[in-house]
Design a protein around this ligand. Structure first.
Ligand code: AP5
Length: 275
C-alpha cells in the first residue's frame, strides 16, 4: 500500500507499467522532494496512485511553506538590542544617571519625556489622556507607554544587536511589567534593572528645588506629593520580580551624582552582555 511521508513516496501500483510512467514524471518536478519507489501491489488502482502523489505533493508544499515561515520568523526576530531599565521614585535621579549612561554608548529613552513630547505633538490623539494623567500625578495607561517606547526604539536607535538602550521610568507598575512581558521583552535582551534607592524626604527636597524653574506641569507641591505617595506601592512588585530574576541592581542614589554613577557603572559592567 501507499505509505506517505512528506519527503518520500512509495507508489503502490495495481497495474505494472503505470508506476514506471508516474515516477519519472514526479521526478521532473524539481521542487518536489519525492522518492518514487515503485512497488508491485496489485490491489492499487492508477487513481489511487495519483491521489497518493497529490497527497505527497500537498504535504511537501506544507513542509516548504512551514520552513519558509520559520525562516521569516527568525529573520523578523533578528538581532536583539540590549536594554537597561532605570527605575526609582520621582526625583531619585533617573534622568541624571541616564545622562551619564548615555556617555557609555546607550540611547536614552525616558518614559516621562516621551509622554511630554507626545502630549505636545500637534494632532496627537493621546495628548488629552496623557495630560489628564500627568497633571493628576497618576500613571498613563500602559498600552500608551508601551507603544511610544517601541516606536522610539525603532526610530531613534538602529534595531541591531549592538544597539543599547537605557530606559528611564519604565516599567512603573506591575501592570506595565505584564505589558512589557507580553510585548517587547522577547524582542530585546534586558541586561538589568537599575533601582535608584533614595529616601522620600530627599526626593521631595530635590523636586521642590527643581520646581522653582523647571516649568514642568507636575513640578508643584500638590502633584509632587501625589507622585511620591503612589511610587512605593507601585514599585515593590517590580523590585521583587527583578530580584527573583537575578536582574535587580540596587544603587544608593542619595549620594552626589558622580558617586552614584561610579556605582552604576560598575553594576552595568557586571551585568551579562550576550544578546
Ligand atoms: P518622569 O518624567 O519619569 O518623572 P519622575 O519619575 O517623577 O521623575 P523625575 O523626572 O521627576 O525625576 P528623576 O528621577 O528623573 O530625577 P532627575 O534626574 O530629574 O515622569 C513624569 C510623569 O509622567 C509621571 O508622574 C507619570 O504621570 C508619567 N509617566 C512617566 N513614566 C510613565 C510610565 N512608565 N507609565 C505611565 N506614566 C508615566 O533629578 C531630579 C532633581 O534632582 C534634578 O533637579 C536633579 O538635578 C537633582 N538630582 C539628581 N540626582 C541628584 C543627586 N544624586 N544629588 C542631588 N540632586 C540630584
Amino acid at each position: 500500500m501507499a505509505r506517505l511521508a512528506p519527503t518520500s513516496l512509495s507508489v503502490a501500483l495495481g497495474r505494472p507499467g503505470i508506476g514506471q510512467v508516474v515516477a519519472p514524471l514526479l521526478r521532473l518536478v524539481p521542487s518536489l522532494p519525492v522518492t518514487a519507489q515503485v512497488l508491485t501491489d496489485r490491489s492499487c488502482s492508477p487513481a489511487r496512485v495519483l491521489l497518493a502523489a497529490s497527497a505527497v505533493w500537498a504535504g511537501a508544499r506544507r513542509t516548504r511553506s512551514f520552513a519558509r515561515r520559520s525562516a521569516a520568523d527568525s529573520a523578523a526576530e533578528g538581532p536583539k538590542p540590549k536594554v537597561v531599565f532605570v527605575i526609582g521614585g520621582p526625583g531619585s535621579g533617573k534622568g541624571t544617571q541616564c545622562e551619564f549612561i548615555r556617555e557609555m554608548g546607550f540611547t536614552h529613552l525616558s518614559a516621562g519625556e516621551l509622554l511630554r513630547e507626545e502630549r505636545q505633538r500637534e494632532g496627537s490623539e493621546l495628548g488629552a489622556e496623557i495630560e489628564a494623567a500627568m497633571t493628576s500625578g497618576k500613571a498613563v495607561p500602559s498600552e500608551v507607554i508601551a507603544k511610544l517606547l517601541e516606536q522610539a526604539m525603532r526610530e531613534r536607535g538602529a534595531w541591531t544587536q549592538s544597539a543599547s538602550f537605557v530606559v528611564d521610568g519604565y516599567p512603573r507598575s506591575e501592570e506595565q511589567l505584564r505589558g512589557w512581558q507580553t510585548t517587547l521583552s522577547s524582542k530585546v535582551k534586558l541586561l538589568c534593572c537599575l533601582y535608584l534607592e533614595v529616601e522620600k524626604e530627599e526626593m521631595r527636597r530635590r523636586l521642590l528645588s527643581r520646581a522653582e524653574n523647571s516649568g514642568r506641569v507636575d513640578d508643584n507641591e500638590e502633584v509632587i506629593e501625589k507622585r511620591l505617595s503612589g511610587f512605593q506601592a507601585d514599585t515593590e512588585p517590580l523590585l521583587k520580580f527583578f530580584e527573583d530574576e537575578g536582574q535587580l541592581c540596587t544603587v544608593d542614589g542619595s549620594r552626589a551624582p558622580q558617586e552614584v554613577f561610579a556605582d552604576v557603572e560598575s553594576q552595568l559592567a557586571e551585568a551579562p552582555q550576550e544578546a
